[in-house]
Ligand binder design. Structure first.
Ligand code: SAH
Length: 344
């Protein structure tokens, strides 16, 4: 059984080299080659042939295959479908903003959170993504598109905190100065609210931005929309968010998809304002995106306006998220697990 070398940090590669009786300083060279996207040890031209062969016996290098690339006619957003080495496939989105290019990556093949409005959970969870596979989403999106990626959002398919260890390892890999070197402040992690893991994350005191997919300010509505709320509850989520802010000093964002008649009434806005103030959180409103299998509709422009005003009157700033990639189903909640062989 070979080991996945792209999921290893330079110090882990060093230990492996020592075990192989090779000089450990080669680790930095190897790590840097991996972060250039080479597909084989043979391409690592500054290593001896003997070392390249020895590495090839012990390790493999993941290479995703782009089986589909769609470019939005509206705003240039790119959506990739990557085939992984075991034949599974995941989607990644590249968006261009004035402040730089952002890649939205998937963290799992499918999702088991079951949110009622989201396409990514249809069909459930197949498996977690490895750290290398998440790194590849960033790396190969950059290589294929020719766009320099400066920001990462963990907002694609899957629940990042349900794949906690691999996601933490990925963050270390992508943040490493000898690798892609993307700063934590340029990374956002979004969660449906797995409170135990949010607490664990707070202890790491990372400088990333934590987004909470809130979508409803009361248990009745939230538990209907998001099974992750059942057995936890909004109160527990609020306490955890407060603790997170106190420990890290980093402001949390609340994501709130506006669903017609479900979570967009004045009473919801008032409750949301209270919670946001309690947690010192910023509110991001997202007009619900269309998902064929779901019956929900986006809020009307009028209700959205009223909602924003109530938040405003209660001292809470909100932004309405601009929709990108709508014509290629690349918007929030529209990514899904697909069969690689069908490519659709
Ligand atoms: N599992 C994580 C990461 C997914 S991020 C999480 O839940 O946060 C994707 C974001 O899009 C989440 O905020 C999710 O709730 C939101 N979303 C899902 N379906 C949507 C839809 N149909 N319209 C708008 N946003 C949606």
């Amino acid at each position: 059984m070979k080991t996945d070398i792209k999921s290893m940090l330079p110090d882990e590669i060093e230990s492996a080299l020592i075990e192989m009786g090779e000089p450990k300083y080669r680790a930095k060279q190897i790590f840097s080659w991996l972060n250039k996207g080479v597909g084989s040890f043979n391409e690592m031209s500054d290593l001896s042939k003997k070392l390249r062969e020895a590495l090839d016996k012990r390790f493999y290098i993941t290479v995703p295959r782009p089986i589909r690339k769609q470019v939005s006619q509206l705003d240039g957003t790119i959506k990739y479908l990557w085939e992984l080495m075991d034949g599974n496939a995941v989607e990644t989105v590249v968006m261009s903003y004035k402040h730089g290019n952002t890649v939205c990556i998937s963290t799992q093949v499918g999702c088991r959170q079951g949110c009622a409005f989201c396409a990514s959970t249809i069909g459930g969870l197949l498996r977690n993504l490895e750290p290398s596979e998440m790194l590849d989403e960033v790396l190969f999106s950059q290589l294929d598109s020719g766009l320099n990626i400066s920001n990462i959002v963990l907002m694609g398919i899957g629940e990042p905190l349900d794949n906690y260890d691999n996601v933490m390892k990925f963050l270390k890999l992508v943040n490493h100065p000898d690798g892609m070197n993307i700063g934590m402040r340029h990374i956002s992690l979004s969660t449906c609210g797995l409170t135990e893991q949010i607490d664990k994350l707070a202890d790491l005191n990372l400088q990333l931005t934590l987004s909470i997919s809130l979508h409803a300010p009361d248990d009745e509505t939230r538990s209907k929309l998001m099974p992750a709320n059942r057995g936890r509850g909004v109160d527990e989520l609020v306490s955890v968010c407060k603790r997170y802010f106190e420990r890290t000093g980093r402001r949390i964002s609340f994501e709130y998809a506006m669903i017609d008649g479900v979570n967009d009434l004045p009473d919801h806005a008032k409750k949301l304002a209270d919670i946001a103030k309690e947690c010192s959180a910023h509110v991001n409103l997202i007009p619900l995106n269309y998902v064929e299998e779901r019956s929900f509709r986006p809020s009307t422009a009028e209700n959205l306006k009223k909602f924003v005003k109530i938040l405003d009157d209660n001292g809470v700033n909100s932004t309405v998220r601009r929709k990108l990639g709508g014509d290629v189903d690349a918007s929030c909640g529209q990514l899904r697990r697909k069969a690689a062989n069908k490519g659709d």
